[in-house]
Design a protein around this ligand. Structure first.
Ligand code: PLP
Length: 386
């Protein structure tokens, strides 16, 4: 039996009657831009995250861009972000005209290393964008303390971590703004592109609403330049159906991840992240959910140290019909488009660079069946003992 990395149909098809009803409701309303469905979805998201305001956007990327614009980030400013994340985190910073300054990450969590961020602070630094990568919160206490001491705005990239918590608080409620994505592969996967910005600040929320609608206020008057960052009413209506199931989806991911951890970490030559330095015999490192974090497992990412070994496991799994992917093969400070940045923005990030050669994500989506997990574990075991 083939095991795909992700199976969106397994999640969406059971909801077909509800989704069809939502589609029909919007179709009959004739209201396709902003309006009731959008406001209802935003209200439900604000309640979920525990913030005063949620402003939907056309994508997670546009959510990040709009948040940076609302924060007043622009040319001459520097913004700290991790080197090991999806491109959009840094791409949006660059698009405001500001300079992304890349920081290294922690090898056990894949998340931003605040000591690296502190070392790259300058008089121009205005904001920091921690990413809650793969479903787990970044170290927000240390990041918050560092940001407050240096008057930096904190814009969380929560694209991969809707529903995740940090010491009991929801990601997206920990900084000035939180940016979410509803790209189909995210934990709340939509039917196309969608995004959202959360904030407790009413003034920022109002700015965000104007930015997503050409900076217009009142109608046909533009005191500032915005864009069309609106999310479709249809998309909001469909996602309202799935939002009611988010806790169940998360529970499925957590159960799958715990099952993997239990069964893979006991195989020969495997250690769990954080269990000391390990030894040369450790050929696979299994991720760990920090006890303080509510990990939502957007990805279950193994590390396979040793030159070329990750690629060997990847082809072994592929041969066995098991979907797997490298998130991410190139660290952002080494991307061609950032080569022209000042040297201090693209300093070495040794952990990020090493991770690009070691990481491999395996299927963890909620609908993954027990028999499919058995196949994944068996394939890894066979590779380890071969
Ligand atoms: C997916 C993702 C984004 C961008 O979201 P889109 O909705 O695809 O534009 C931003 N940051 C991270 C970390 C992501 O994983």
């Amino acid at each position: 039996m083939a095991v795909p990395l992700l199976d969106v149909n397994a999640q969406n098809h059971p909801l077909e009657p509800e989704l069809t009803a939502a589609f029909t409701r919007v179709l009959r309303s004739g209201r396709f831009i902003l309006g009731e469905e959008v406001e209802a979805f935003e209200g439900e998201c604000a309640a979920l995250i525990g913030v005063g305001h949620a402003v939907s956007m056309s994508s997670g990327t546009d959510a990040l861009l709009a948040a940076l614009m609302a924060a007043g980030i622009g040319p001459g400013d520097e913004v700290l972000c991790p080197a090991f994340t999806f491109f959009a985190t840094a791409g949006c910073i660059a698009r405001t005209g500001a300079t992304p300054v890349f920081c290294d990450v922690c090898p056990d969590t894949f998340n931003m290393d605040v000591t690296s961020a502190a070392a790259r602070l300058t008089a121009r630094t205005r904001a920091i964008v921690p990413v809650h990568l793969f479903g787990q919160a970044a170290g927000m206490d240390a990041i918050g303390t560092f940001a407050a001491a240096n008057k930096l705005q904190v814009i969380e990239d929560v694209a991969q971590s809707i529903g995740a918590t940090y010491r009991g608080r929801r990601c997206g409620a920990l900084g000035e703004m939180g940016c979410f994505s509803f790209f189909p592969s995210k934990n709340l996967g939509g039917f196309g592109d969608g995004g959202l910005v959360t904030t407790d600040d009413a003034e920022l929320a109002e700015k965000l609403r104007r930015i997503r609608n050409h900076g217009m206020h009142p109608r046909y008057y533009h005191a500032s330049v915005g864009a069309n960052f609106r999310m479709d009413a249809l998309q909001c209506a469909l996602l309202r159906v799935k939002l009611r199931h988010l806790d169940a989806y998360t529970a499925g991911r957590v159960a799958n991840a715990n099952d993997y951890i239990e069964r893979i970490s006991t195989l020969p030559g495997v250690m769990q992240a954080g269990d000391g330095p390990g030894g040369l015999s450790e050929r696979v490192v299994v991720p760990r959910a920090d006890a303080q974090m509510g990990h939502v497992w957007n990805q279950f990412t193994l590390r396979i140290p040793g030159a070329g070994r990750r690629d060997v496991l990847k082809s072994h799994l592929t041969t066995r019909g098991i979907g797997c992917e490298i998130y991410y093969p190139v660290a952002l400070h080494q991307q061609e488009c950032f080569r022209h940045l000042p040297a201090h923005a693209i300093q070495d990030c040794p952990v990020s660079e090493a991770l690009t050669g070691e990481v491999l994500s395996i299927p963890v989506y909620p609908e993954l069946a027990a028999g499919q997990r058995d196949e994944v574990v068996a394939a890894i075991r066979d590779w380890l003992i071969a």
